[in-house]
Design a protein around this ligand. Structure first.
Ligand SMILES: C[S@@+](CC[C@H](N)C(=O)[O-])C[C@H]1O[C@@H](n2cnc3c(N)ncnc32)[C@H](O)[C@@H]1O
Length: 363
């Protein structure tokens, strides 16, 4: 069963600040790997061998948020599986068309109402939907029930902030920094330990839920091994948000102590760290592990785009720690700071997008 997790879902609803309207950065990656997924599934997954009597094909999206990206991701998978099933069952007289079930998983306080209200119309969708509230750092679905699992831009959200980084007496205290920017060695170490533990729990749970031979597809971002978070554009944005909070403490809107006790449960691993975490698990074979540049990297992302994107990620967390009234002011200040000191995407070190396909080993 799912264990508890610190829970900061993306901005719900469908107003201008919602994740629905501020998730095109992630969608660009989902779209970018569509062709790779198509080729891989067409070549490698052996549906009739999974189960010759298969009539319901079950897909789960772990950390689906509120859409629309999850709808694109699952529809891509369904289209490919349908095609594959048709090819494999040619000439088989007992062939029955597959039915699809999609399990949308996210934290219980995710805005599932908006997710289900904005599902594509049923004549387009042609699948049965199930909401699965619970932390993916634990089993959220029955054993051997999922044929393809998908997750995008999720596992950098840790199950919790490593305890020591908010403890002023600990050598791993993160001081006035609000995330793991890799400037303090002990802090980085504490985050690394938490990330490795969490990945192990995540993969163990998925190994229970997937059928033998089932696939787990994961997309997200990591760094080359010689790059630190503070050198990347997203690291610079998070450090700038930290500076805005400090300015707000100086002007009395919040306290320095609130900042000293705040650190985000977010960690982007380096490539080899991610690879090691998967290999150590042992329940899956890495069928594909590729990295590319982010499709939007070549374009200069505007300050407005960056501010809105980070607001959609972080406002529930900021609200919980600093109070509701802080959110507008913080992101207005961020927009001002970014226009005074624009991000220089050319000079920043680059993040990498990863695309991983894992196959659940037979027991
Ligand atoms: C950046 S969003 C990505 C959403 C979507 N997959 C996409 O690619 O657009 C990260 C999502 O992961 C969810 N999440 C974070 N930790 C989680 C956990 N422990 N269990 C389930 N979902 C989690 C968040 O609530 C959020 O909806």
């Amino acid at each position: 069963m799912s264990t508890s997790s610190q829970s900061y879902p993306m901005s719900g609803g469908d107003d201008q600040h919602s994740y629905i309207h501020n998730s095109s950065y992630q969608k660009a990656v989902i779209d970018g790997v569509e062709e790779k997924a198509r080729q891989y599934i067409l070549e490698k997954i052996d549906l009739l061998n999974l189960n010759p009597d298969l009539s319901t094909f079950t897909i789960a999206d772990f950390g689906c948020s509120i859409g629309p990206n999850t709808f694109h991701a699952v529809q891509n998978i369904i289209d490919i599986v349908k095609l594959k099933h048709l090819k494999e069952s040619q000439g088989i007289s007992t062939h029955v068309p597959l039915e699809f079930q999609v399990c949308f998983n996210d934290l219980p306080n995710n805005d599932f109402n908006t997710l289900f209200r904005t599902l594509p119309p049923s004549f387009e969708q042609k699948y049965f939907s199930v909401g699965v509230p619970g932390s993916f750092y634990g089993q959220v679905l029955p054993r051997n029930s999922i044929h393809i699992g998908h997750t995008s831009y999720t596992t950098h959200w840790l199950s919790k902030v490593p305890e020591n980084v908010c403890d002023k007496k600990s050598p791993a205290w993160n001081k006035n920094y609000i995330h793991c920017n890799n400037l303090l060695e002990e802090v980085t170490e504490a985050y690394k330990v938490q990330f490795t533990k969490d990945m192990s729990v995540f993969l163990k749970a998925r190994a229970e839920e997937l059928v033998p031979g089932g696939l787990m597809i994961a997309l997200g971002e990591c760094f080359p091994d010689d790059v630190a978070m503070y050198e990347t554009w997203s690291g610079i944005v998070l450090d700038t948000i930290g500076d805005c909070l400090l300015d707000m403490a100086t002007s009395g809107v919040l306290t320095h102590e609130q900042i000293e006790l705040f650190s985000m449960p977010v960690y982007f691993p380096q490539y080899s760290e991610l690879e090691r975490a998967i290999e150590q698990n042992g329940s899956f074979t890495i069928e594909m592990m590729e990295t590319t540049r982010h499709p939007l990297e070549a374009k200069q992302l505007t300050n407005d785009f960056v501010t809105s994107m980070f607001r959609a990620f972080l406002s529930t967390m900021i609200e919980k720690h600093f109070g509701y009234t802080v959110v507008d002011q913080l992101f207005n200040q961020l927009a001002k700071k970014l226009s005074k000191h624009p991000l220089d995407f050319e000079k920043c070190k680059k993040n990498m997008v990863y695309y991983i396909v894992l196959k659940r080993n037979e027991h």
